[in-house]
Design a protein around this ligand. Structure first.
Ligand code: GH3
Ligand code: MG
Ligand code: MG
Length: 313
């Protein structure tokens, strides 16, 4: 029988059982470093380990003392519908099998274990998880901008929509920065598009490294960027915006000697949900108006949205 995995992939399998029978058997038939096998002795430990680790395949006994395996299947599927759950069972009744499959189990591994049968079922499960991984890779690529590897314009709209829904539901606030590189046409004209592209990549990297993990940096288009700052009010957003504005010339000019004669600066407009706007397009417009104001006042500055801007433009 062919190897179950490519050498580049490691498969993490969580075995849920109160004895060591399955674990010992799997260790015997899945040798080598391709497989990382871990045991959880009960349902709570299993859920806990799943929340921390990268387990895509779970093998659980159909019966635990005092609790049915199906309860675990439901708990796991509630948190991640794509986990592949295999139930080890000695001759399940049709009713038991149907209940488990309806709850989301992927398949059964019959016990007492047979090496070939177990490998066939595991192979199917692993192939399925590989397909999910491939799909995730392409999904990720379709959300990214090719030059900067930031989220692209389309995904920015999706992220902003999601953040509005989330903030609305929990009555939270968040901020949106709209950033534009000043005089970028001049930078391109002087240094060439190749250097221009490099500056775009360096600035993107700098933004990504300067914000928190939950913040989302996107390329809105051309030399324009947006940053969604969850749980951040106007004061917090202003502090970050000023820090970015001050650091860009230092960081970008330092990163390549040929930029020395041309200083790269940015202008930033910011607005907050829900005080400035509650709808997606309105919020983008508010940050955009604030950005326009920053440009109008001489560039290389940060402006926060004020309702008066609507009348001024
Ligand atoms: P302002 O300070 O008012 O924003 O002026 P600006 O020159 O930055 O703005 P303008 O809209 O006049 O020009 C934007 C420039 O950004 C023009 C375009 O060639 C450049 N640009 C847009 N996308 C890219 C890209 O992917 N790579 C490079 N190198 N340049 C780009
Ligand atoms: Mg622009
Ligand atoms: Mg510009």
């Amino acid at each position: 029988m062919k190897n179950l995995v490519d050498s580049s992939d490691q498969i993490n399998i969580l075995v849920v059982e109160n004895k060591d029978i399955t674990l010992k058997f799997l260790k015997k038939i899945l040798p080598g470093s391709h497989y990382h096998l871990e045991k959880a002795k009960d349902h709570n430990e299993a859920v806990n380990k799943l929340s921390k680790g990268e387990y895509r395949i779970i093998i659980t006994e159909s019966e635990f003392p005092g609790i049915k395996g199906i309860e675990l299947i439901k708990r796991i599927k509630d948190t991640n519908s794509e986990h592949c759950i295999l139930v080890s069972s000695s001759f399940p009744t049709i009713k038991e099998a149907l209940e488990s499959l309806k709850a989301g189990a992927y398949d059964f591994i019959p016990t007492p274990f047979d090496e070939e049968a177990t490998k066939i079922i595991l192979n199917k499960a692993i192939e399925r998880q590989k397909l999910f991984k491939e799909r995730d890779k392409y999904k990720d690529l379709s959300n990214k901008d090719g030059l900067t590897e930031l989220f692209n314009h389309r995904h920015f709209h999706e992220l902003l929509e999601k953040e509005i829904k989330r903030s609305k539901r929990f009555a939270h606030r968040f901020s949106l920065l709209m950033i534009d590189i000043d005089n970028f046409k001049n930078i391109n004209d002087t240094l060439g598009h190749f250097e221009g592209d490099r500056i775009l990549r360096n600035i993107s990297k700098f933004f990504s490294q300067s914000v928190r993990d939950i913040d989302q940096v996107c390329r809105y288009g051309g030399e324009e960027f947006t940053i969604i700052l969850p749980e951040t009010d106007k004061n917090g957003a202003l502090i970050l915006a000023h820090r970015l504005r001050l650091m860009v010339p230092v960081t970008i000019n330092k990163s390549n000697l040929s930029y020395n004669n041309i200083e790269t600066t940015i202008s930033i407009g910011l607005s907050c949900y829900p005080v400035d706007a509650q709808m997606k397009d309105e919020l983008i417009k508010s940050s955009d108006l604030a950005l326009y104001q920053a440009k109008h006042l001489g560039k290389n500055r940060v402006c926060s949205f004020i309702p008066d801007l609507i009348n001024k433009k």
